[in-house]
Design a protein around this ligand. Structure first.
Ligand SMILES: Nc1ncnc2c1ncn2[C@@H]1O[C@H](COP(=O)(O)OP(=O)(O)OP(=O)(O)O)[C@@H](O)[C@H]1O
Length: 606
């Protein structure tokens, strides 16, 4: 994707335009303090200049003279403006700080809200979305802080106004010199912002590679991979590769992550030329008697004040860096809209009470050339247990992803009690579902959270938590933990602990059961207990079938001792159901199921 034109300007403008949306009063206060912060030093500058011009006359006329009174008045005005500037500056800085922090919170919420908005997860595989996410994800990292962009802008804006004021003062001396300064500063600022933008982007575009390097370091100092690294003697390999990658990245940074000489020459050259021209013209005019002593003082102070503005320091750099992710976040917010279809059909209460039907369902993953399903027909009777089997890649997980609404069929439809899921409210359907996938999440949260995330509205109901734990055989385990249900499941926390693979699975299964207590009517288990031994898995599934009697359950498993207990079993192959029936029927059929079952059973027997 080519970068949009005037990318830097757009990013900074996006920050500025967001401010009134965050808080109108704070933005109004910021604008006021910007003007005051700029104007008050100017008042001091002008009164000081005039004071210098008045002093010889006041000294000659003596105290009590009109010139002396004027000198005292100018002194008082200058001092008052100086004091006021100090006070205003503090208010200005504190306000900018709060506004910046609120902007960052606003952007974080927008980002998370935008990514969570689409019904499924297909957008997380979309190249354009991923490109924006790569930029947006930098939000808050290191120097990519919009908060600092606001602080930078609030520091730069009064300086710029001050410089503009000084340029206007100089234009009374020479209109062209005044105009030249008025144009030069914004031009220099924009040029430098474009440079900082490029440097910042170079840094974050390389951040993926930097993450790789850091990942290598983390491998060496993290507990999880410690076993393999030691057993295979990989420490030296890791360190060697880390050193090499680090040197490459630093070499790249040295070459690309700095201001280009051309830009520096243009900026320094312009400012040097302009300063020299202004000074020489002023000196010549002074020597020729064209400008009075006092006016000369004012112009010289104005010229000095011009350099209170700087377009090339850390503050200016942070404006560019901090603004970088803002357009990407706003673009994600605009692009990631929920599927633009309102729910046109309502699922009956307690659905499914009749059946879930896949009717001629076709499906391909976004961007994938091959379809997973082409015309899949399958009926799951409500209140029964179904097991789905098939070789690796047959489409078992894809089937449950479609049923969970994580993806939508590319053709055909899925109905629940006759209602097309594409027409129903996805949020309502999701409350009827409890699904546990093979790559379930191990939340580094308390045991209580890990279980109640299945139905967060029941999080305080400890009795129900135990009810979900007991069939999974984990009550004793949890009670033996340092803080019981409140123990954090991560050894990275004080008093926290990690669990074995099988224990984690039991916790995840308890979460699925807890969702059933929260009202889920369909329970989907995708290889729910692969980390358990065969007997434990079969026993667990048996328990599940008892507890979930009357609900619709769909289980995917490669273990036939588990599968055989389901009311009905379907064998998937090539995106189609190739065998369908109860265990005894399929064994009698003598097809693939019977063959695979017999093979597994004979192995187990051996
Ligand atoms: N996110 C994805 N993007 C593209 N293709 C995918 C994606 N997920 C799965 N596939 C492909 O879809 C096909 C079906 O995968 P699926 O995960 O449904 O198989 P499965 O039967 O559950 O396999 P397993 O028994 O190994 O878990 C496979 O060819 C797989 O490579």
């Amino acid at each position: 994707m080519a970068p949009p034109r005037f990318e830097t300007g757009r990013a900074v403008l996006a920050v500025v335009r967001l401010l009134p949306r965050i808080s109108r009063p704070r933005t109004a206060l910021l604008v006021t303090t910007v003007v005051l912060t700029a104007a008050l030093p100017l008042v001091t500058t002008v009164s000081t200049g005039l004071l210098i011009g008045t002093v010889p006359e006041a000294a000659a006329d003596g105290s009590g003279s009109a010139a002396a009174d004027r000198a005292y008045l100018l002194l008082a005005v200058g001092a008052a403006a100086l004091l006021a500037a100090r006070l205003v500056f503090n208010v200005h800085r504190a306000n900018a700080h709060i506004l910046g922090r609120e902007l960052e919170l606003f952007l974080q919420n927008r980002l998370v809200g935008a990514v969570a908005r689409p019904i499924g997860t297909a957008h997380l595989e979309d190249d354009d979305v991923l490109a924006l996410l790569r930029v947006a994800r930098q939000l808050g990292a290191d120097f990519i802080r919009p908060e600092r962009a606001v602080q930078g802008l609030s520091a730069i804006a009064p300086q710029f106004l001050e410089a503009a004021g000084a340029a206007i003062v100089l234009s009374f001396f020479n209109i062209w010199i005044g105009l030249a300064w008025l144009v030069a500063w914004p031009a220099v600022f924009l040029l430098m912002q474009a440079e900082y933008n490029r440097v910042g982007k170079t840094a974050y575009l390389r951040s993926t590679e930097m993450r790789e390097t850091e990942y290598l370091r983390d491998l060496a100092i993290t507990a999880e991979p410690a076993k393999e690294l030691r057993v295979w003697g990989l420490m030296d390999w890791i360190l060697g590769r880390y050193d090499r990658q680090w040197a490459e990245r630093m070499d790249y940074s040295d070459r690309h992550q700095r201001i280009r000489v051309r830009a520096a020459v243009i900026v320094i050259g312009t400012l040097l030329a302009l300063t020299t021209a202004t000074t020489l013209t002023l000196v010549n005019a002074g020597l020729a008697g064209l400008v009075g002593f006092g006016a000369l003082g004012v112009y010289m102070v104005a010229l000095t004040g011009m350099f209170n503005f700087s377009a090339f320091d850390d503050v200016a750099a942070f404006v560019a860096f901090g603004s970088l992710p803002v357009p990407a976040i706003l673009a994600l917010d605009a692009e990631l809209t929920p599927a633009a279809r309102p729910a046109t059909a309502a699922l009956p209460a307690g659905a499914p009470t009749e059946a879930i039907r896949f009717e001629g369902v076709g499906f391909a993953y976004p961007g994938a050339e091959r379809s997973v399903f082409e015309g899949l027909d399958l009926t799951v009777e409500a209140g029964t247990s179904l097991a789905v089997v098939g070789h690796n890649g047959a489409g078992k997980t894809s089937l449950v992803k479609l049923l969970s609404g994580l993806y939508e069929p590319t053709s055909g439809r899925i109905t629940v009690d006759g209602v097309d899921l594409a027409e129903a409210d996805p949020a309502v359907w999701r409350t009827s579902l409890s699904a546990l996938f093979q790559d379930f999440t191990r939340y580094q949260l308390s045991v209580r959270d890990n279980i109640t995330l299945g139905a967060p509205h029941l999080a305080d109901d400890t009795d129900r938590i135990w009810k979900a734990c007991e069939p999974m055989g984990i009550r004793e385990l949890i009670e033996s933990l340092p803080d019981g249900l409140d123990t954090v499941l991560s050894s990275e926390y004080d008093g926290g602990t990690d669990l074995s693979g099988g224990q984690w699975q039991r916790i995840a299964l308890a979460r699925a059961l807890f969702a059933v207590q929260g009202g889920a009517k369909v329970l989907i288990l995708d290889e729910p207990a692969a980390a358990l031994d065969v007997r434990a898995e079969a026993e667990l599934y048996e328990q599940f079938l008892d507890i979930t009697a009357g609900l619709t359950t769909i289980v995917i498993s490669h273990r036939f001792s588990t599968v055989r207990r389901a009311d009905r079993i379907v064998v998937l192959d090539g995106g189609l159901v190739v065998e369908d029936g109860a265990h005894d029927d399929l064994m009698a059929l003598g097809g693939r199921y019977a063959e695979a079952f017999t093979l597994q059973a004979s192995r187990l027997a051996r």
